[in-house]
Design a protein around this ligand. Structure first.
Ligand SMILES: [Zn+2]
Ligand SMILES: [Zn+2]
Length: 368
């Protein structure tokens, strides 16, 4: 059971974690111009473009290991470099989850998606997925299903924080010696989730007593999920009520400023990754909705911090809605955004409400 595994991991971590000082850049202009432009951890996979089933290609076993890590191949034996049926089937499932043509081939678009930096949490946990490949096929002619497909998912068994633990505390690995600027990024990220639910998050100095423990690590850090250096896997977090959020200390983390204008190709926006990983801490799995925070990949030099309606619907299924949430914006949204929403009265809120009603309606249909 994955949950038992998570528990064992949590216990082991207490004794074997190796926190480090991560690379932080307070803003994009502070990244030194001479900084290296390292290749991402999975860039070599691009060489497999055009490989076909039946071929044997050096290094293909590494791609199989990648797919195994994220839940697409279930095998305990050593992989060969053969493009076999297991690889083709895994690719088809992967392609469905990422809204690509399910050809089972290593086409250019599929490889582009595969090499993109991503969260280390598997898309398929314990062989089950509620990303696209695990959904019922919806037919446009079936009016009941139309507009009601949600993409958010939960971990197997739907673990969540119990009613008695809705006011959660978080703390930072003391050995990381994080600055207040870095810590405030997480504060903002937590606020995005507390805005839409009745959960609250409070920073505490007591790391070992905190519900949520945040730390930066490099390489093998004792939980069987080693980080892989620049890009590749950026971070991972465990399902409730583990509360562990780990980030790869080898990344070029940008704390503030417009990451999209960075000259450093491997610059990663810290808040974007933090918002995603908190979703896992609260019980959300990955979503096939590309706009969703819980979509598994995020390109370097890009920023995505606003919860999509898919994320909101998913988290409210677990914890209910915050009565003061109007469905249109987060508290961290700038004044400019609030002004815009005043000028165009609550259109996105109305659309969100409509979608929520349709989703609830569909849920009731399933129940009765
Ligand atoms: Zn994730
Ligand atoms: Zn870890």
């Amino acid at each position: 059971m994955r949950l038992i595994y998570f528990f064992v991991v949590a216990v082991c971590l207490t004794v074997s974690s190796t926190p480090i000082s991560a690379h932080f850049y307070p803003n994009i202009s502070s990244i030194p111009p001479s900084f290296n432009h390292p290749r991402g951890a999975w860039e070599a996979f691009r060489n497999f473009s055009g490989c076909h089933p039946g071929e044997k290609v050096d290094g293909l076993s590494k791609l199989k290991n990648y797919l195994k890590h994220f839940g697409y191949i279930n095998s305990s034996s050593e992989f060969t470099d053969d493009f076999d049926d297991a690889l083709r089937f895994a690719l088809e499932t992967y392609q469905k989850n990422f809204n690509l043509n399910a050809t089972g081939e290593l086409d250019e678009r599929t490889l582009q998606q595969i090499v993109r930096p991503r969260c280390g949490v598997p898309d398929i946990v314990n062989g089950s997925t509620t990303m696209n490949s695990g959904k019922e096929t919806t037919s446009p002619s079936n009016a009941t299903h139309f507009h009601t497909v949600s993409h958010y998912s939960f971990f197997p068994g739907t673990p969540r924080w119990p009613d008695s633990r809705r006011d959660l505390t978080y703390a930072f690995e003391p050995e990381n010696n994080l600055t207040d600027d870095v810590k405030s990024v997480f504060t903002r990220a937590f606020e995005r989730w507390s805005t839409v639910t009745t959960l609250t998050f409070t920073q505490t100095a007591s790391f070992y007593d905190a519900d949520i423990k945040i730390g930066f690590f490099v390489g093998d850090h004792g939980d069987g999920e080693p980080f892989d250096g620049v890009l590749g896997t950026l971070a991972h977090a465990f399902s409730p009520t583990s509360g562990r959020l780990h980030l790869d200390g080898a990344e070029t983390w940008v704390v503030s400023g417009d990451v999209t204008t960075s000259s450093e190709t491997s610059a990663v926006d810290l808040e974007s990754v933090a918002v995603h990983e908190i979703g896992h801490l609260l019980g959300l799995g990955h979503s096939s909705e590309e706009e969703a925070i819980m979509y598994p990949t995020i390109s370097s030099r890009s920023r995505k911090v606003e919860l999509a309606s898919d994320d909101v619907t998913g988290i409210q299924q677990l914890y209910g809605a915050n009565p003061s949430y109007n469905g249109s914006s987060t508290p961290s949204a700038g004044a400019e955004e609030r002004d815009n929403s005043n000028a165009a009265p609550n259109i996105s809120g109305s659309m969100w409400a409509m979608r929520a009603l349709l989703t609830v309606g569909f849920g009731l249909l399933l129940l009765f």
